[in-house]
Structures are given as structure tokens and as C-alpha cells.
Design a binder for this molecule. Structure first.
Ligand code: IPE
Ligand code: IPE
Ligand code: MG
Length: 236
């Protein structure tokens, strides 16, 4: 399938609806988050088969810290478990792991696991899996602005040299192409502080299913929808 025409180079996913999936089944929210890990596996595998280069998954937002402490703790535990279980697959499947977000806010154990896996997988080439953790696009943009202001104050950049390129180089996604396709599950039509700069021209596909029900075929359907779109980038 790798020679399929017009495969998005970068797919970004807002994995939403875990809580509602669990609620419908009379289960605690945690079970929804746990079930969502299987969807991550399916989507990652499908991206490798399709020949997608970058997959960015919105796993935890800056605002998600405002959830009850028990849910935050459960999410961090599940993330640790996911990383431990995924370690072998990352090697076997030649996946490079990256993160965006305020990683310093994560528990030390999670941070250490991430740092180790990022280092171990840095030369892998099949797919770059970017986990957005404690991520907020506004915070990312403010940090880039602060960095530019400091450079300007230090005299290493002139205000008139600040342009889209120098700005994007100071975002955490520097070096990563903008997403071609943005998928959000659970039917919500909002971006919730995700990649605000980078999705300027992304094609958006909203899927009604909750994230734990999202399967390989749903990703293939989203890609097929993307392929039916006519991207114009403001031109004709
Ligand atoms: C997405 O599912 C996972 C995270 C935001 C961590 P939710 O937890 O937002 O589930 P809903 O949207 O409340 O159903
Ligand atoms: C966005 O989902 C964040 C993640 C999927 C990690 P939320 O459930 O937090 O967003 P809102 O509250 O519906 O906007
Ligand atoms: Mg949600």
C-alpha cells in the first residue's frame, strides 16, 4: 500500500471520547483511556503500512491538568504502561519517538521513560511518532515569541528578520512538516489548543466514533476522505 497515491505525509489526531465511551458502558473513565491504547496501536500500524512519515497524537493537553487528580494519575500510569509495552514494538517496527509539550511537567518516572525511548529510537526511519503531552499550542507559540524577543534583545536577530520561517523554527515542531490531515474523533468540531500554527492548511476530518472504537479502517477512511479533497493553499 506504500505506493498509494497522495498519502498524507503527516497525520495529526485528537484522540477524543474516551470518557464517554466508558460512560456508555457503565465503566470508570480510566477504562476508556485504557481501551484507547489499542486504537493507538492500530493507527500506528496503519500509518506504517500506508507510508505516512509523521503521526502526531494529542494524548494530554495543558488544560487536562485541570481534571480531577485521580484521572490525571490514571492517565500518567497508563502512559507509563503504554511506553513500557511499546518499547519492543518501537524497535521492531523502526519507529522514532518524539514528544511535544511541557514534558518537564510530567512525573519524573514518565519523563525518564520518554527520554530513554527517544534516545533509543532516534535513528529509526519507518515512522516518526510524536506524542503531544502536556501540550498547548498557545503556550508553544508564547514560548517561541519569548525566545525571539530574547534573541532580539541580545541583538542576535533583528525584529525585521522575524518571519514565518524563523518563528516556526522556534516551535517544538521545528523540522517536522505541517500536518496534511487532522483527524478528531467523538464528533467534536474544535481544535482544543492543538497545533494552532501548524494546522493552518490541514484538511480536517471529524469522525463520530469515540477514540476507543477507532480502528485501522477508520484511519483508511479518513485518508480516503483526504484524498477526495482539493487543497488550494489560497491559490487556484
Ligand atoms: C480523550 O478522551 C483523552 C484525553 C483528553 C486525555 P476524554 O477523556 O476527553 O473523553 P471525553 O471527551 O470526556 O469523552
Ligand atoms: C483534547 O480533548 C485533548 C486531548 C485529546 C488530549 P479534550 O477532551 O481535553 O478537549 P475539550 O475539553 O473537549 O475541548
Ligand atoms: Mg474529551
Amino acid at each position: 500500500m506504500a505506493d498509494f497515491p497522495d498519502i498524507p505525509r503527516h497525520i495529526a489526531v485528537i484522540m477524543d471520547g474516551n470518557g464517554r465511551w466508558a460512560k456508555e458502558r457503565g465503566l470508570p473513565r480510566r477504562e476508556g483511556h485504557r481501551a484507547g491504547a489499542e486504537s493507538v496501536r492500530e493507527v500506528t500500524d496503519a500509518c506504517i503500512d500506508l507510508g505516512v512519515d509523521y503521526l502526531t497524537l494529542y494524548a494530554f493537553s495543558s488544560e487536562n491538568w485541570n481534571r480531577p487528580q485521580a484521572e490525571v494519575r490514571a492517565l500518567m500510569e497508563l502512559l507509563d504502561r503504554f511506553l513500557l509495552e511499546k518499547a519492543t514494538d518501537l524497535k521492531k517496527q523502526n519507529i522514532r519517538l518524539k514528544t511535544i509539550g511541557q514534558i518537564e511537567r510530567l512525573p519524573a518516572k514518565t519523563r525518564n521513560l520518554l527520554e530513554r525511548l527517544i534516545e533509543q529510537t532516534k535513528d529509526h526511519t519507518a515512522l516518526t511518532l510524536v506524542l503531544a503531552l502536556s501540550y498547548g499550542a498557545r503556550e508553544e507559540i508564547v514560548a517561541a515569541a519569548r525566545w525571539l524577543a530574547a534573541d532580539a534583545a541580545a541583538g542576535t536577530i533583528k525584529p525585521e528578520q522575524i518571519d514565518c520561517t524563523s518563528f516556526a523554527q522556534r516551535l517544538q515542531t521545528a523540522g517536522i512538516p505541517d500536518p496534511d490531515l487532522l483527524v478528531r474523533t467523538s464528533g467534536e468540531m474544535r481544535v482544543s489548543n492543538f497545533l494552532l500554527w501548524q494546522i493552518s492548511y490541514s484538511e480536517i476530518v471529524i469522525v463520530r466514533k469515540y477514540w476507543p472504537d477507532f480502528r485501522r479502517q477508520d484511519l483508511l477512511d479518513a485518508v480516503a476522505e483526504y484524498q477526495r479533497r482539493h487543497r488550494r493553499f489560497g491559490a487556484l
